[in-house]
Design a protein around this ligand. Structure first.
Ligand SMILES: C[S@@+](CC[C@H](N)C(=O)[O-])C[C@H]1O[C@@H](n2cnc3c(N)ncnc32)[C@H](O)[C@@H]1O
Length: 227
């Protein structure tokens, strides 16, 4: 089933497969996304020492997006940031600009840092944010990114980006960061449980009071279509 929900002016969420939905969308200013890395991150890790729960949809991370889907994603916006870009170097053009989230840990069971490929040139940049701080956002998805990291990377986009697309929305972190910055957002997620989490998180961000220095958030409105 496919559903389209507009939850604010310029903020639209799609439940469905981005391979079908992307060709129907107009070109956005920027795509900022975190695709499956093909490392089976959603597997049941309950028995491991960190006590992670098993998630609603194990299996979505068994395969990386193939190069034709990466090509479709690159064509969906003027500028692109792809988290986990180091897993897709065979499909992405060379770039001088990479972003790194340094988790302030070494030789932990997870990666010490994560890398994002950028379609635009510039100096490589790093944000340092310990996982313990990141977990203060809550943990509703096995590969949930910290809101602060996504806000930081949106800020690194070339000037003038007003509409942000995330075709692998997960729990909606890119959307939360985008609306907090007063930007439009389009999100696509194919797993219904994650779609609902993303919708709830982005709606909460829209309803939260603006910090006095922040740009105005998109105005809330509600429209839903089943396709
Ligand atoms: C790495 S996770 C994104 C996590 C996200 N950054 C967050 O903070 O929650 C990738 C997401 O893409 C979704 N996904 C995988 N293939 C998809 C497809 N073809 N269309 C739409 N969503 C897809 C998965 O269900 C998963 O939730």
């Amino acid at each position: 089933m496919r559903r389209i929900e507009t939850i604010a002016e310029g903020v639209t969420l799609y439940l469905g497969d981005c391979r079908e939905i992307l060709p129907t969308l107009t070109r956005h200013d920027a795509t900022v996304t975190d695709p499956p890395y093909g490392i089976n991150a959603a597997r049941d890790r309950k028995s491991q020492k960190h006590g992670w729960r098993d998630y609603a949809a194990p299996g979505w991370d068994l395969e990386r997006p193939p190069s034709d889907l990466i090509k479709l994603i690159l064509g969906s916006a003027k500028h692109t940031i792809v988290w986990g870009g180091n897993y897709f170097t065979d499909s992405l053009p060379p770039s001088s600009k990479w972003l790194s989230w340094d988790k302030g840990q070494t030789d932990f069971s997870l990666a010490d840092f994560e890398l994002a490929w950028c379609s635009f040139d510039g100096a490589a940049r790093r944000i340092m944010l310990p996982r313990s701080v990141a977990l203060q956002d809550g943990k509703e998805h096995p590969t949930q990114k910290p809101i602060e990291v996504m806000r930081w990377c949106i800020d690194k986009l070339p000037d003038g980006c007003r509409t942000i697309l995330d075709p692998f929305m997960g729990s909606g972190t890119t959307g939360v960061a985008a609306v907090n910055l007063g930007l439009g957002f389009t999100g696509i997620e194919m797993v219904p449980e994650y779609f609902e989490i993303a919708k709830r998180r982005i709606e909460a961000a829209l309803a939260a009071p603006d910090m006095f220095s922040a740009p105005a958030k998109p105005a809330i409105k509600q429209e839903a279509f089943e396709l």
